[in-house]
Design a protein around this ligand. Sequence first.
Ligand SMILES: [Zn+2]
Ligand SMILES: [Zn+2]
Length: 354
Amino acid sequence: SSALDILTRHAEDKRLHAVDITPPKEWLEWLKPRRDSVLPSALLPLGHSDMFRYLPVHARAETVMCYFGLGDTYSPWFKDPCGSLTHNLLVDTNGNGSSFFFIVGTRDVDRFSSWLHSLGQEIDQDNGTSFTPLSVLKNAPCNIYITEQQVGDLIVMPPRAAYQRFNHRGINSSIAWSRMETVSLPFGIQLELPIYNRIGRAETYRTKLMLLHSTAHYAEELRRLHKAASHTPEQLAVVEDLLELLDEVLINEYAPGALNLPEPKLEEGMHLTCDFCASDIFITYFECTKCRSSSNDPVALCGLCYASGRTCQCVRKMKPAVVRSFQGVLDQRNQIAAVVGEIRGGRQSTMTER
Ligand SMILES: [Zn+2]
Ligand SMILES: [Zn+2]
């Protein structure tokens, strides 16, 4: 008899599976990018194409988790946070176990989400509950990719891909991680964060701060390469695209007077999230010092919540505030633009309050 028999025999009325477990040290060690890594660095957490590596250590989220699933259990529909790529490796199983993944691709995900919503199921919540059986999925308005994952198989999914997983036999132990590539940033900022704001799903990743740090990193690399006359047009294009996105973010962060607000006194490693939608506050937010949040701090709302009419209890006492100097971020942005301007040989676009 196997461990599975003990866990499943007699009067069983439910089967449990464990999600979001901190992985064993040895597994985390195995995932660290090094010269003799089994997986290429481009697929590893904090590998060379993971934007998390450009965030200060205290600002990085937990992106590697373990899952233990018993046969006949499932994970409901899920999209990894903020436009990140999904990686799932089946490390071990007892007794011929495997997992089936049902995947909806990046382009179809919004249509699929609306269709599922019409059936009373959601994919955007991070605590979905239902499994959609094949008999229902066959009527889906788009392709569903189904793959069986056996021990040693790594499944990689693009940004915004939605998936549900079914554990088939055995006890399956897997390790999963998310990575933010440069392409994740526009998906996260333009498409995912507005959904989270609407439904109140916590951002958990610090997407806009990551955009700032990644853009600064690539611009600095570009500046060095340009000096040695060895940059490529693709490297320039990456910085230009990121800068365009950063400009869009900064315009949305702007509130009258925000540039002159006093520097906040947040301690190193501290960060602020919106009390309504749990988004990460990048620069500007709206604060009421009269009303208190559940943690007994002044109520803080992100710009998007405030603009959509969400407010504190006393209403109309909210004032703009910043978590970091707006002018400081603007100076960083202008340095990046100067690198691009120098290479392009055109006039440098400087962003100021006017
Ligand atoms: Zn908010
Ligand atoms: Zn108030």
